[in-house]
Design a protein. Structure first.
Length: 169
């Protein structure tokens, strides 16, 4: 019997290059070394999502919205490469972020996602793609970009409903 597992290729993604598909750490290292740090990026994501869900916060002339959306999609794609290459499992309860009080406090005070007290990026990535597929994340990001750019889209409630499970993370 032949192994029919397909390889990931750059053509499967919107923004990742061939080199990054082979080694997604290239993108992660370069982004956090040359463009921002994790604390600033987390703040940008928070503002970006808030602006997309609350029309009063949206500045449709803010050129960085497109940049933030593109970078978020690149990070989702890089995470998907890890998810796929490491054959991470689909979790039944992906929105259970905090197994222990220590995990909750690590997030609250140190801004670290931990599982049973240990930093576990594989667990976080597994939860992310257990919640919805890469294609669904593309749709979510497209919706966010739409709400940030189209005046009077009037459908931000749909995005709020899609993102509501993340309100507690």
């Amino acid at each position: 019997m032949k192994n029919t597992q397909k390889k990931l290729k750059a053509k499967h993604f919107r923004y990742l290059s061939k080199d990054v598909v082979k080694n997604p750490m290239i993108y992660i290292r370069d982004f956090y070394r040359y463009e921002t740090n994790i604390i600033y990026w987390m703040n940008h994501i928070q503002l970006f999502v808030n602006a997309a869900t609350v029309p009063e916060m949206t500045d449709r002339n803010f050129a960085e919205n497109g940049y933030h959306c593109k970078q978020m999609i690149k990070q989702i794609e890089a995470a998907y490469v890890f998810f796929y290459q490491c054959q991470l499992p689909i979790q039944e309860a992906p929105l259970d972020f905090f197994s222990t009080k220590e995990d909750y406090h690590n997030y609250l005070f140190k801004l670290e996602f931990t599982t049973n007290g240990h930093i576990a990026p594989a667990d976080t990535i597994s939860k992310f793609f257990s919640y919805q597929s890469l294609q669904k994340w593309y749709e979510t990001m497209d919706d966010i970009m739409h709400y940030l750019t189209v005046p009077d889209s009037g459908t931000t409630n749909t995005l709020v409903i899609k993102l509501l499970p993340y309100a507690n993370c």
